[in-house]
Design a protein around this ligand. Structure first.
Ligand SMILES: Cc1cc2nc3c(=O)[nH]c(=O)nc-3n(C[C@H](O)[C@H](O)[C@H](O)COP(=O)(O)O)c2cc1C
Length: 168
């Protein structure tokens, strides 16, 4: 069985998508992606928030890398950088297409839980990038972790410790 190759990159958008992500240029990208990606059997998701694109491309390695090369030359974005790539045991995205998500509340919550109030993909650690991909592949379903030991979790714990010691 052929293994699935997954490439995740982020870039700075050169087009203004505002807060809604609605832009005729994005519609053109998606229209193109839907027909091209189906032919190449590539699946994934395109996320946009705070002036950045974040895209997951999944499929046969050569096809994914060729498409990435092409996308990286597109002047509708710049500073195109791979965040992670490699073989996966199974696909995370079921359709050979390109699903678009803009400034999703579950993603914002996930990032806030890791002390990121803005989407700055180049600063986000790989573990959080992986969680983002999982949320995007689950149609935005995000189960918040209990007893998180992330910096945001620690700040919350410290705050509650000081509140308790003040009232004691
Ligand atoms: C952020 C971003 C994501 C894109 N994603 C895809 C994609 O998933 N598939 C695709 O075919 N083109 C995508 N494009 C468009 C490509 O850069 C390129 O314009 C297109 O593939 C050209 O297709 P053609 O050779 O059939 O004319 C994307 C462009 C941008 C700026």
């Amino acid at each position: 069985m052929q293994q699935i190759y997954r490439l995740v990159y982020a870039s700075k958008a050169n087009i203004d998508l505002g807060t809604t992500g609605i832009n005729p240029e994005v519609s053109r990208i998606l229209l193109k992606s839907k027909s091209n990606n189906a032919k190449r059997m590539i699946g994934g998701v395109l996320y946009y928030a705070d002036g950045y694109f974040f895209q997951v491309l999944e499929g046969e390695k050569e096809k994914v890398c060729d498409l990435y090369e092409k996308i990286s030359l597109d002047d509708r974005h710049s500073t195109v950088k791979i965040l992670t790539e490699g073989y996966m045991s199974k696909p995370q995205f079921s359709n050979w297409s390109m699903h678009f998500v803009a400034a999703d509340s579950s993603i914002r919550q996930l990032l806030a839980d890791h002390a990121f109030n803005e989407f700055k993909p180049f600063d986000i650690p790989l573990v959080v990038i992986e969680k983002m991909v999982t949320v995007l592949s689950n149609n935005g379903a995000y189960e918040r972790e209990q007893n998180t030991d992330t910096s945001a979790g620690l700040v919350t714990k410290m705050k509650s410790f000081f509140m308790k010691s003040k009232t004691a």
